[in-house]
Design a protein around this ligand. Structure first.
Ligand code: NAD
Length: 479
């Protein structure tokens, strides 16, 4: 049975799209068609932006409501999402190969958690009244930025969607969401939850499509802010458009993070956390520590530990409870990853495990480890977005810091040590937006984001909310 939609969620209801084109959804596990949705066009983006604009500009609408009233609707939305959590997880796994146990956590559970978090955060906000230094006083208030264009990738589609739409909606913004063509069935289920929750017309609109539809949204005159997660290449294009328009933009882009194993680490006691920080979601997460830095004093032993970990990974059907690694999202992505494996070999990396295809059907790649990788090798510099680790030797802490920071990117990272205080001190020396000690978990209360080619701006925490509000000063008693 396939899941097929024929209408788009725009303006608070389901309506006919402007064209008959469809986006087919193909399972990366079976290579069979599992569903379809209408393909949004520029005309559909125009309708969605018009609906979002009208909802935002309504003088008694969403943006003007007390935050508690918006919070009531958003909590109902969270309930509706929660009641669809298992189906959401199943749809994501079926579309992008994410192991179901991971999907339940990231895609089923996280969206409603973040929605509730931001509803409460906004409800607790108060105007700041500041006595002036040169007479009078000032009310500093937070104002929603307006219509938000949110563009998301396929790798963790629902969690990333809610990093954007939860703070945006809680702040009083209205949203046009453009999901990636690879993961649309989860976005339509989310739209069903929004509809069931009674979000007012136009507050949230979903237009799936590819790059052109995304670019049209980015430059649309009716949009006030863009929030984008995806590749650095697309991020640069979007930044150019937003720069020209002086349109605020949040960019969460690629990464090539370091997992630094210090000489006192007891890695074999932490293998589950280490796997999560380096190979989770089939290697398709932006913050994964795919450059493993190991001290020369323990290099052979650490290479052996990581090789054994990769060899033991259960690869298979992402819908099976036992699976730790599913297929890559698409044939194109598998070809890209295999190209990097070839490059790793020809550059002189020592393959210790993997490198091949574990199955005849589906876009699988074996968990792969290269040892003796030079920090300058292509596989140590470029984002692969697949299950490929490079183990790089270092002599001392100073060299470990230098190698960790020798990257165009600056998103994540981790430090592995039996002394957490030493780990926290080391973490401060890594030039990235986030670092974990003996693990890596994005907490909703803490800002997440990158520096350098990993992007600009922050999501999550109060910092994530500030991207959807501007401060307005109202000077009082001025004489
Ligand atoms: P991608 O940039 O090709 O596509 C991402 C989204 O942007 C899709 O919806 C796509 O249709 C759209 N898009 C592409 N080009 C566009 C353009 N010029 N204008 C407007 N929209 C455009 O990325 P992808 O291959 O789908 O996703 C993988 C990338 O995303 C990786 O580089 C990964 O690191 C990055 N990512 C980053 C984070 C983060 O938080 N930093 C999180 C997840 C993924």
């Amino acid at each position: 049975m396939t899941i097929d939609y024929h209408e788009l969620y725009v303006g608070g209801g389901w309506s006919r799209p402007a064209s008959n084109a469809i986006i087919p959804v193909i399972s990366p596990t079976t290579e069979e068609r599992i569903g379809s949705v209408p393909e949004g066009t520029e005309a559909d983006v125009d309708s969605a932006v018009a609906a979002a604009r009208a909802a935002f500009d309504d003088p008694s609408g969403w943006a003007t409501w007390e935050s508690a009233r918006r919070g009531d609707v958003l909590r109902t939305f969270a309930d509706e999402l929660q009641s669809r959590a298992e189906e959401t997880a199943q749809r994501v796994s079926s579309q992008n190969g994410m192991p179901i146990t991971v999907a339940r956590q990231f895609e089923g559970g996280f969206p409603s958690l973040v929605l509730r978090y931001y509803s409460e955060l906004v409800a607790a906000q108060r105007d700041d009244i500041r006595p002036g230094m040169i007479g009078g006083s000032t009310v500093v208030t937070k104002t929603p930025v307006g219509v938000v264009g949110a563009i998301v990738p396929w790798n963790v589609p629902q969690a990333i969607t809610f990093l954007k739409i939860a703070p945006a909606l809680a702040a009083g913004c209205t949203v046009v969401l453009k999901p990636a063509p690879e993961t649309v069935l989860d976005a339509f289920l989310m739209a069903e939850a929004a509809s069931a929750a009674g979000l007012p017309p136009g507050v949230l609109n979903v237009v799936p499509g590819g790059r052109e539809v995304g670019a049209h949204l980015v430059g649309h005159p009716g949009v006030d802010k863009i929030s984008f997660t995806g590749s650095t290449t697309a991020g640069r294009d979007i930044a150019r458009t937003c720069g020209e328009l002086l349109r605020p933009v949040t960019l969460e882009l690629g990464g090539k993070s370091a997992a630094v194993v210090l000489d006192d680490a007891r890695l074999s006691e932490n293998l589950e956390s280490f796997f999560a920080a380096t190979l989770l979601n089939n290697g398709q997460i932006c913050w994964l520590g795919t450059r493993v830095l190991a001290p020369r004093s323990r290099y052979a032993e650490i290479v052996d530990t990581i090789t054994a970990l990769a060899k033991g990974v259960v690869v298979g059907d992402p819908l099976s409870e036992k699976t730790q690694m599913g297929p890559l999202v698409s044939e194109r992505q598998r070809n890209r990853v295999e190209g990097y494996i070839e490059k790793g070999r020809s550059d002189g990396g020592r393959l210790t495990t993997g490198g091949g295809r574990p199955a005849d059907r589906g876009w699988f790649v074996e968990p792969t480890v290269f040892a003796d990788v030079d920090p300058g090798h292509t596989i140590a510099r470029e984002e692969i977005f697949g299950p490929v680790l490079s183990v790089i030797p270092y002599a001392d802490e100073a060299e470990a810091v230098a190698i960790a920071n020798y990257s165009d990117y600056g998103l994540g990272g981790s430090v592995w040590t039996s002394d957490p205080e030493r780990g926290a001190r080391f973490a401060r020396r890594i030039a990235t937006g986030t670092v974990g000690v003996n693990g890596y978990v994005n907490d909703p209360t803490a800002p997440f984001g990158g520096i350098k080619s990993s992007g600009m701006g922050r999501e999550l925490g109060p910092e994530g909310l500030s991207g959807y509000q501007y401060s307005k000063s109202i000077y009082l008693d001025v004489r």
